[in-house]
Design a protein around this ligand. Structure first.
Ligand code: 4NP
Length: 168
């Protein structure tokens, strides 16, 4: 199955539970895409299965709503092997997620794979190599910090995938 193509690239944001960070990344990306006219497919997923089918954490819903972004309709899902063939770019929220993605993709060359793997904060000036910290066990200020980091990275994420996939 193909969702992305050279005119409508596909981006998947990934974290551990798909209830805190990656739903915010999905929401921020959708919001920015709608504002800028960026055309493509945006989704998010978890490496873990604990929260499959659940809505985002209420603290993520609240911080997004503060920025006029509604993520309340999202539902957590777990990444599947097919996602590596469906998405052009799969973006991990932290280095541990990125390592998990590399393991899941495996070393075998699946000829259907198209996804490039990346770390979200490699797209944010001054934050290269850094993690978007997991806010799950912390307080509300952790969610505000996550939103801030995600917002800094997102313009470069959308720019990168629209320009690079046009060269395919
Ligand atoms: P997320 O946060 O990966 O940003 O969605 C977490 C949510 C739940 C858990 C860990 C991280 N958990 O252990 O259930």
């Amino acid at each position: 199955m193909t969702i992305g193509d050279s005119k409508r690239p596909a981006i998947l944001f990934v974290c551990l539970g798909n209830i805190c960070r990656s739903p915010l990344a999905e929401g921020a990306a959708r919001h920015m895409a709608a504002q800028s006219g960026w055309q493509g497919h945006i989704d998010s997923a978890a490496t873990g299965a604990w929260h499959v089918g659940n809505p985002p954490d209420p603290r993520s819903i609240a911080i997004a709503a503060e920025h006029r972004v509604d993520i309340s309709g999202q539902k957590a899902r777990q990444l599947t092997r097919d996602d590596f063939a469906i998405f052009d770019l799969i973006i991990a929220m932290d280095n541990s997620n990125l390592q998990n993605l590399e393991k899941l993709r495996g070393s075998g060359n699946n000829h259907n794979d198209r996804a490039k793997l990346a770390l979200l904060l490699d797209f944010a000036l001054g934050h290269k190599g850094q993690d978007v910290p997991d806010p799950y066990y912390g307080g509300d200020d952790g969610f505000a910090h996550v939103w801030d980091l995600i917002s800094r990275a997102m313009p470069a994420v959308l720019d990168s995938v629209s320009s690079s996939s046009n060269c395919d």
